[in-house]
Write a protein that binds this ligand. Structure first.
Ligand code: ING
Length: 300
């Protein structure tokens, strides 16, 4: 067996007034709690460092860019890396990336136990809309503030196995999991900020948690991989976001789940060898897939 002890570090709400310093202090607390449970890896949510700013229509680029990180680690985030190295723990972190060339992405990084960034992913499925839609109780402007990610979905050898990442809306699209499944991924880390209310389809609201579980459990089982889904939860600036952070086995079973809408660590011992029986039988891609029949999936 290849056990990775995982800490899903759900974050409660981050209000606009909360500084990165305050948020990082909360994250360090969760990291210390994870270390006390002998975690190898802590998974933080999407856009962990600030409130979910795509809920607002903004036009001033300086105001928008205040939510982005120009460097990683930065002064405010350095304590995360320092503490992780001291504790001998790895982590994944979601943040808004502003590159030196002036490109903006919804990004996640994978950091090993030596506090080295070993993987980076930029969100590909950007939900919501690009224009101001004032009829909505709140906006969802990821298409306005971020570019579509340009790194595809990769895997990295770390923590004893093949690790992959995706972000939030990616988890609703089977292609996200399958691209990594075809690279023999064994554990997918993802963070999410999911408003309970979806203005264009309010009748879906009552199914928010069900849909959240459904897509991650399906992705895990259909690709013989662990999936760790971690929420930024609770009421941020009047907008409720679901919790339900989960650790899901390659069997498709949820083996750990958050019970609150606040900062909460969910710990599980995940044996990467549990992926083998699915990859070798039911989802033996070389033996069973018929790619010639799948062409329509990649047509525009
Ligand atoms: N959030 C949401 C998500 O995909 C959403 C957007 C909410 C889509 C509800 C569909 C229904 O979980 C982000 N940040 O992608």
């Amino acid at each position: 067996s290849r056990i990775v002890t995982v800490g899903a570090a759900q974050m409660g709400p981050i209000q606009r007034a909360h500084s990165r310093r305050e948020v990082v202090a909360r994250m360090v607390e969760l990291m210390r709690e994870a270390a006390s449970h002998r975690c190898d890896l802590v998974v933080f949510p999407e856009l962990t460092l600030t409130t979910f700013f795509p809920r607002w229509w903004m036009e001033d680029q300086a105001e928008i860019d205040a939510f982005f990180e120009r460097e990683m680690p930065s002064n405010e985030t350095a304590p995360l890396f320092t503490e992780a190295k001291r504790l001998g723990i790895g982590f994944s972190l979601g943040y808004a990336e502003l590159t030196p060339e002036g490109r903006r992405f919804n990004t996640a990084i994978l950091v090993n136990k030596s506090a080295e960034i070993v993987g980076k992913y930029r969100k590909i499925h950007l939900p919501g809309h690009a224009g101001h839609e004032p009829w909505r109780a709140f906006q969802h402007l990821e298409k306005r503030y971020f570019e579509v990610g340009d790194l595809s979905w990769g895997t990295w050898n770390a923590f004893g196995g093949a690790m992959g990442m995706m972000i939030c809306n990616d988890r609703r699209w089977p292609e996200s999991y399958r691209v990594m499944g075809l690279q023999s991924v064994e554990m997918i880390l993802l963070g999410y900020n999911t408003p309970r209310h979806n203005p264009p389809a309010p009748d879906h609201d009552r199914l928010s948690e069900f849909h959240n579980q459904l897509v991650m459990q399906a992705g895990a089982y259909q690709n013989g991989t662990w999936v760790v889904g971690v929420a930024k939860a609770g009421v941020e600036e009047g907008c409720e976001m679901i919790g339900g952070s989960s650790i899901i086995a390659p069997t498709g079973e949820v083996i750990g789940q958050a019970l609150t809408q606040d900062d909460e660590l969910v710990v599980a011992r995940c044996d990467l060898d549990l992926t083998k029986s699915y990859k070798a039988t039911t989802f033996n891609f070389d033996m069973h897939r018929q790619p010639d029949q799948y062409r329509r999936i990649v047509e525009q």
